[in-house]
Design a protein around this ligand. Structure first.
Ligand code: BES
Ligand code: ZN
Ligand code: ZN
Length: 495
């Protein structure tokens, strides 16, 4: 798909369709939308006056131009109330409208939302491009697409003022959205394809195309380093585990590096503590944290950000094979701590224990991990907000700011020391499950045991990795959650 900036009058744009926006509850149109409405003899304003179109978030109305304009179709996207407008509304509008237009066999789409609602032109262009690329995402490796693909997106700058900044917005939006779609591809791939070994191959691919160093550790290396927890989880499967380490040095003058750690359970059956079969297939998405960190480092490198980033992905499959980990087993993690495994389905924290210990021994700081870690976090925050836990408030504040700027929803969660007793074990240093309540918190407290004094943020993305429906720029299936936040964090550290 080609994405180009173009300046000129919206009424003269040559494309299959033109996208314009309107705010909810506003009867008098302005700017590009008013110009188009005039040429169409009031077709847009009449719809609004008659109440056929309200302008709600994500609402899209189609007008056939019947020769009155060079474009065949004008799509009017609702932007919600002006008072509640923000850059994410542009993403939503571009995402849902481009999907509707593709269904109508438009292969060329022009979008006239630059600077809408007073948003900075570069930011609006970036959001528009992201919305279109994310909204048009389709996972077609195993079936034919239903409509012809969109070949061209034109970003229309009617003011014709800042083409260099617009090009910058287009290229940034493209890099971040394509990285998000790469993460989506990895998550959508079934586990019979996306094994730990294949994930390592994808990581090598990301590293080869960029200036990123790669190191892949197998079971032998893990044995030598004492990664008993990661090896323990992998034991129930014939697929070998991998520890994937990527390192991008965008700031060679600095010795330090931030660490992105991602949970890479390529399939979580629960192991011997097996999960119910209903919805078990969704556990192919239990490597969404890994997918996000891998895609993010690729984007950060493409953007040539002046920052050092190390990605660490523990990858394993959690199956109940004959040699599987059993409830009651005790494992020793790389930092020497012993763990009593009382539920083999709490495997994410086990593999992360070794990945975080490894990061600490490598001197990587600060650390941020992304993990589809607990059903409890899904219950607490639903399918939009991810939960954030930390041992370092200033670092969390920075991450929260990154998420807000990137348009991803993140909510701070408490980590009270009182709950620590829940993971005390009678016969080991710690056990891998707490009591019935506060499961997202006890999981975070478990991880905290493996980060030492390093500033760390843990993001529980469980339930956010898959979308049940097409909505805005989300498409049914993998969401690519976390990629935008991580890239934004990289940008803020590079400044
Ligand atoms: N991968 C799951 C968590 C999960 C649940 C991710 C729903 C996405 C959607 C994790 O490994 C798990 O099974 N956690 C258990 C922990 C429990 C046994 C303490 C859970 O949340 O039930
Ligand atoms: Zn599990
Ligand atoms: Zn899991």
């Amino acid at each position: 798909m080609v994405i180009k900036g173009i300046s000129g009058k919206a009424t003269q744009i040559d494309s299959d369709a033109l996208l314009v926006g309107t705010f909810q509850g506003e009867h008098s149109l302005c700017g590009v939308t008013a110009d188009i409405d005039e040429v169409l003899g009031g077709a847009i304003s009449q719809r609004i006056d008659r109440g056929e179109f309200e302008g709600k978030d994500g609402e899209v109305s189609i007008v056939h131009t019947l020769g009155k304009l060079p474009v065949r179709i004008v799509a009017i996207a609702g932007l919600g109330e002006r008072a509640k407008f923000g850059v994410d509304k542009i993403r939503v509008a571009a995402g849902s409208a481009s999907r509707d237009l593709r269904k109508l066999h438009c292969t060329r789409i022009a979008m006239a939302l630059v600077g809408i609602g007073g948003i900075d032109s570069e930011a609006s262009v970036e959001a528009m491009v992201q919305g279109a690329i994310l909204g048009l995402y389709d996972f077609v490796r195993y079936k034919k697409p239903e409509s012809p693909g969109v070949e061209e997106i034109l970003v229309v700058d009617t003011e014709d003022k800042q083409s260099a900044r617009l090009d910058q917005g287009i290229s940034q939006g493209k890099i971040v959205a394509e990285a998000t779609n790469l993460a989506r591809d990895m998550v959508n791939e079934p586990s019979n394809f996306m094994t730990p070994t294949r994930m390592a191959d994808v990581a090598k691919g990301i590293a080869e195309s960029q200036s990123i160093a790669v190191d892949i550790l197998g079971p032998g290396d893990m044995e030598k380093m004492g990664m008993g927890a990661l090896l323990g989880v992998a034991r129930g499967s014939t697929e070998d585990p991998r520890l994937i380490v990527l390192s991008y040095r965008g700031d060679p003058d600095s010795k330090g590096s931030i660490g992105f750690v991602g949970k890479g359970v390529t399939f979580d059956s629960g192991g011997i503590s097996i999960k119910p079969s209903k919805d078990m297939h969704e556990m192919k998405g239990d490597m969404a944290g890994a997918a996000a960190v891998l895609a993010a480092i690729g984007a950060i490198s493409q953007l040539e950000l002046k920052v050092n980033v190390t990605v660490i992905v523990p990858a394993a499959e959690n199956l109940p094979g004959g040699t599987a980990l059993k409830p009651g087993d005790i494992l020793r993690a790389m930092n020497g701590k012993t763990i009593e495994v009382l539920n083999t389905d709490a495997e994410g924290r086990l593999i992360l224990a070794d990945a975080l210990s490894y990061a600490v021994t490598q001197g990587i700081s600060p650390l941020i991990d992304l993990a589809t870690l607990t059903g409890a976090c899904y219950v607490a925050l639903g399918n939009v907000y991810s939960g954030a836990f930390t041992n370092d408030q200033p670092f969390l504040d920075r991450v929260l700011k990154g998420a807000a700027d990137a348009g991803e929803r993140l909510w701070p969660m408490p980590m009270p020391e009182e709950y620590r007793t829940q993971i005390k074990s009678d016969i080991a240093d710690i056990k891998n499950i707490g009591g019935r309540y506060g499961g997202a918190i006890t999981a975070a407290l478990f991880l905290k045991e493996f980060v030492g004094d390093v500033p760390w943020v843990h993001i529980d993305i469980a339930g956010k990795e898959l979308s049940k429906e097409n909505s805005g720029y989300l498409v049914k299936g993998a969401t690519g959650v976390g990629v935008r936040t991580l890239v934004q964090l990289g940008m803020s550290l590079a400044k």
